[in-house]
Design a protein. Structure first.
Length: 158
């Protein structure tokens, strides 16, 4: 499916993380939106970013530069788990992914409250409170969808 970008809106991200080149909301002519994250391959010749944000070419490193892309690629996570000796079903893999959003859900009320403040900083830059409030609302909607999916999958016998 082709997605012809007609609008690109940069989103805030941690600029110290050497893995993340950019994060942006892209929109096509029909108004559909996606979030695009550009990953950066570490350049050993360029030196390291300040710890703990340095990236790595080593898949065992916590900030391995391709981990996110590889984890979300179809079948890669399941295949990795099977190679490690796990022989469960794909529903359990997806359940684990969507249930992981719980770790963020408890932060949302605080994030929404702070986003309404008159002055706010995000990733060391001044930020527009109204825009942060809108973005946190979108994040909450996304998390609620994942939580709903997790509850549905957990209630469905394997």
């Amino acid at each position: 499916m082709a997605f012809a970008v007609v609008k690109c809106e940069p989103l805030r991200h941690n600029p110290l993380n050497q893995v993340t080149g950019s994060v942006e909301r892209v929109t096509d002519a029909a108004g559909a939106t996606l979030i695009r994250k550009v990953l950066r391959r570490p350049d050993p010749a360029a030196g390291r970013s300040p710890a703990p944000w340095s990236a790595s070419l080593d898949p065992r490193h916590w900030n391995y530069w391709r981990r996110e892309a590889e984890a979300y690629r179809s079948g890669v996570l399941r295949d990795s788990l099977q190679q490690a000796g796990w022989h469960g079903d794909e529903n359990e893999v997806r359940l684990g992914m969507v249930a992981s959003c719980v770790k963020y859900a408890w932060l949302l009320p605080l994030m929404l409250k702070r986003a309404a403040d008159d002055q706010h900083r995000a990733y060391q830059h001044a930020a527009d409170s109204a825009e942060l409030y809108r973005q946190r609302g979108l994040a909450l909607r996304h998390l609620v969808c994942w939580l709903d999916e997790a509850l549905t999958r957990a209630a469905t016998p394997g």
